[in-house]
Write a protein that binds this ligand. Structure first.
Ligand SMILES: NC(=O)C1=CN([C@@H]2O[C@H](COP(=O)(O)OP(=O)(O)OC[C@H]3O[C@@H](n4cnc5c(N)ncnc54)[C@H](O)[C@@H]3O)[C@@H](O)[C@H]2O)C=CC1
Ligand SMILES: O=C(O)[C@H]1O[C@H](OP(=O)(O)OP(=O)(O)OC[C@H]2O[C@@H](n3ccc(=O)[nH]c3=O)[C@H](O)[C@@H]2O)[C@H](O)[C@@H](O)[C@@H]1O
Length: 441
């Protein structure tokens, strides 16, 4: 009989995983504790912006005309336990307030709610990013006759559907052959299409996730450190990245210098990793991550200082600053720990009149930063601006008409915090263009 799957926590990860599981042919039941999310998902609406997700959801949500009907949502734990053979836990694991450590309270709550209802033979599969050692602890909370596996998720926002259906790797931490076999059945389609399937123990599976995110963060901070040196030595970090990227051992991906990494994952994951290593007595092994974090956070301050310089130095009081981009990366509406919003907020707090525009992130950004100004279009955001900051590299911004914008700003000055615009295009239209780590470009 085909396996029945549940997905607990239907945010960025869970909503995508639920729709992807339905696409792979499984009957799926999703659960969340936020009623509005469940209502929206039940209507086939995605509570966030993720390219391709709404289409996939509508293809499968029960009750939508023409759908397969394989995907439903509920808030009832007993129903979830009764329905599912495999329960994927996809709840949030944010940074604790005032500490580096991971806040496990949402995972713990989900396990406590599910455990008493579980039927014999059920397999619980953790997908959330957790500190190493969590799976072993959580296994003790499950009733006898049930099993646990850890299957960390590697999807990127903006590519979530593609990454879930065709992952670069599937990693499973298991303690039984049965758990491995069930997960091989669940992932038979992507594995059949070539995704590697790595079987390991709990701690290694947990560590693969945090190690991978630490490596990605390190690569970005490395190139941003080179950008700082390029600034001092009149070098060009974009050319430098292109050149070293030709070396296969280094590779060209994740070498885009700019205002650094943000989002709901990389920053909090490297901090939680450091905190956990400290608890385990291995803190020395990860002290380099502290430097990775500081290089990254310094980028935001440097963008603020570049802006001050572009305005002639001194105070931001009375200066109008247009910010293009609010999300932590393009093709997402996610503003969690967004470098763009951090820069916008710092300038605002120092007296600048900041107006932000983002193609998809305005609503989330406004909720977090209600005192900032927001515009509904690029033209409205830059009208009367003394300086324009390009802080998230949406395609819309790369295709802007520099001449048209030049007609409405107070001063034709643009700072490119993502090294993604074409300097020649802007200079031809009479703009002063400045990017990070490229003082002479
Ligand atoms: N967003 C991403 O791109 C990726 C996230 N991850 C990891 O996946 C996990 C989830 O991340 P996101 O989806 O971004 O978070 P999110 O905040 O978008 O979604 C989490 C969902 O869990 C729900 N929830 C909280 N407590 C619950 C409970 N006790 N029972 C049921 N539902 C509950 C929340 O209401 C929310 O809808 C985190 O551990 C994150 O590090 C891993 C890879 C990619
Ligand atoms: O654990 C997670 O949740 C996920 O975290 C990241 O995915 P994501 O946060 O969606 O975004 P990335 O594409 O990794 O970008 C992260 C940040 O780094 C920045 N970045 C990325 C690449 C680069 O060259 N330079 C750079 O500054 C982006 O602008 C963004 O702010 C990882 O790439 C995923 O594999 C992982 O599953």
């Amino acid at each position: 009989m085909a396996l029945k799957i549940t997905v607990i926590g239907t945010g960025y990860l869970g909503a995508t995983h639920a729709a992807a599981m339905a696409e792979l042919g499984f009957e799926v039941l999703g659960l969340d504790v936020v009623p509005e999310k469940i209502e929206m998902l039940t209507r086939g609406e995605v509570p966030m912006y993720e390219p391709g997700l709404e289409e996939l959801l509508r293809k499968h949500v029960a009750g939508i005309e023409g759908s397969t009907g394989r995907l439903r949502f509920t808030m009832d734990w007993a129903e979830v336990a009764e329905f599912g053979d495999v329960h994927f836990v996809c709840v949030n694991t944010p940074q604790k307030h005032g500490e580096y450590a991971c806040d496990m309270s949402y995972v713990d709550a989900a396990f406590s709610s599910l455990a008493p209802h579980l039927k014999a033979g059920a397999l619980v599969v953790g997908k959330s990013t957790v500190p190493v050692g969590s799976a072993a602890r959580l296994a003790t909370l499950l009733p006898e006759g049930t099993d646990l596996a850890w299957n960390p998720e590697f999807l990127r926002e903006g590519f979530a559907v593609q990454d879930t259906l065709h992952p670069d790797r599937i990693v499973v931490g298991v303690r039984s052959e049965r758990a491995e076999k069930i997960l091989r059945d669940v992932y038979a389609a992507p594995v059949g299409q070539g995704s590697p399937f790595v079987v390991t123990d709990f701690p290694t599976a947990e560590l693969v996730k945090t190690a991978a995110n630490s490596f990605l963060a390190t690569k970005i901070s490395f190139i941003n450190a080179m950008a700082e040196v390029c600034e001092a030595a009149d070098g060009d970090v974009a050319k430098l990245a292109e050149a070293i990227g030709h070396d296969d051992r280094i590779g060209s991906k994740f070498l885009r210098a700019g205002i650094g990494f943000g989002g709901g994952c990389l920053p909090k994951d490297i901090r939680a990793f450091m905190a956990r290593a400290g608890e385990l007595g291995a803190d020395q092994a990860l002290t380099f991550l502290r430097e990775i974090d500081s290089i990254n956070m310094r980028r935001r301050g440097q963008m603020v200082e570049m802006t001050r310089e572009a305005l002639g130095g001194g105070s931001f009081l009375g200066k109008r600053v247009a910010v293009l981009g609010a999300t932590f990366k393009p093709d997402s509406d996610d503003v969690r720990d967004s470098p763009a919003m951090n820069v916008a907020g710092q300038i605002h707090l120092q007296g600048g009149q900041v107006t932000v525009y983002d193609p998809k992130g305005n609503a989330n950004a406004r909720r977090l930063f209600p005192t900032l100004g927001f515009a509904d279009s690029v033209l409205d955001a830059v009208r009367g601006a003394d300086v324009v900051l390009h802080l998230t590299e949406w395609r819309e911004f790369r295709e802007l008409d520099a001449e048209l914008l030049g007609g409405v700003v107070a001063s034709r000055v643009i700072l490119d915090g993502r090294n993604a615009l074409d300097p020649a295009v802007w200079r031809e239209a009479g703009w002063t263009y400045r990017a990070m780590g490229r003082p002479t470009a």
